[in-house]
Design a protein around this ligand. Structure first.
Ligand code: NAD
Length: 267
């Protein structure tokens, strides 16, 4: 079934990242105008190739940082002028650790406070800030779908056995603030679904599991063995769930979390 999002204005944060491009491609392909927000407006080559598939007047790239409310307010103004009121909001910007941090190998007690704070600031408080700036415009219009991009790790601990092949002194530890931030964003989903439901704005979490990327082959194999569907997610596994939540196909769905994880949580 083709999803028709013509007439919709979709705001996507962290649009220049791997999944941001996947969301933008799917939304543009369904007819929406996309206003993409990111910390920079320098378009990476792979994103340029993706954009070339769509009419150029339907994509607007705006510089905005989800940790700075003033920049988000400016982005909303630009969105209203260039595209109109947002009707779809994809809170996708996220980090595992701050760009300045290297690696992720540390003993638990040594994980720097600034790493924890930066992750929570972008992944949890960032979603709150974006919703505070863009949400009231959706509520004013009385329609909209907010999709917060969560993670499997918002409800499951990273399995340390997946990293046992890496050097162990210190071991690789995904920062605990990552899962905490995603659980926090899912809590915000439920809060806003309750608050904005009466005004016609739906709010849901879309939580991917492991998505194929630059992972080393050992990790990829071990992760795939851990998943009932026996593989990591491809981009095309994620676009259907996004379009479902963005469109009227999910008109009676709000406050929920859609896990797209190949069944990882089943065992
Ligand atoms: P990515 O690093 O490729 O892209 C993230 C994007 O967010 C980048 O373009 C970055 O510039 C932007 N960003 C970071 N901080 C920002 C800020 N302060 N303000 C504005 N933009 C900012 O990451 P990705 O793999 O595309 O992940 C996207 C989302 O999906 C994240 O929320 C991530 O936690 C979630 N997720 C990813 C996976 C995966 O396997 N890739 C799995 C589960 C969940």
């Amino acid at each position: 079934m083709r999803v028709d999002l013509s007439g919709q204005v979709a705001v996507v944060t962290g649009v220049l990242g791997r999944l941001g491009g996947i969301w933008a491609d799917a939304l543009l392909g369904s007819g929406a105008v996309v206003v993409g927000l990111d910390r920079t407006t320098t378009i990476p080559p792979e994103f340029g190739e993706l954009l070339a598939r769509h009419p150029s007047d339907r994509f607007h790239l705006v510089e905005a940082d989800v940790t700075e409310t003033a920049s988000l307010r400016r982005a909303l103004e630009t969105c209203l002028v260039k595209a109109g009121s947002p009707t779809i909001l994809v809170n996708n910007a996220g980090i595992d650790q701050p760009p300045a941090a290297t690696g992720g190998s540390w003993h638990f007690g040594d994980i720097p406070a600034d790493v924890s704070e930066a992750v929570l600031n972008v992944n949890a408080l960032g979603v709150l800030r974006v919703c505070q700036v863009f949400g009231p415009e959706m509520v004013r219009k009385g329609t909209g779908s907010v999709i917060n991009i969560g993670s499997l790790y918002g409800s499951m601990a990273p399995d340390p056995r997946l990293y046992e092949h890496l050097p162990q002194d210190p071991p690789f530890l995904k920062p605990p603030s990552y899962g905490m931030s995603k659980a926090g964003a899912a809590a915000l989903t439920r809060y806003l679904a309750a608050l904005w439901g009466p005004q016609g704005v739906r709010v849901n979490t879309l939580s991917p599991g492991g998505v194929l990327g630059g992972q080393d082959p050992l990790f990829r194999g071990k992760f795939s063995d851990r998943v009932p569907l026996r593989r990591m997610a491809e981009a095309t596994d994620l676009t259907g769930p996004l379009l479902f939540l963005a469109s009227d196909m999910s008109s009676y769905v709000t406050g929920t979390e859609l896990l797209v994880d190949g069944g990882y949580v089943c065992w």
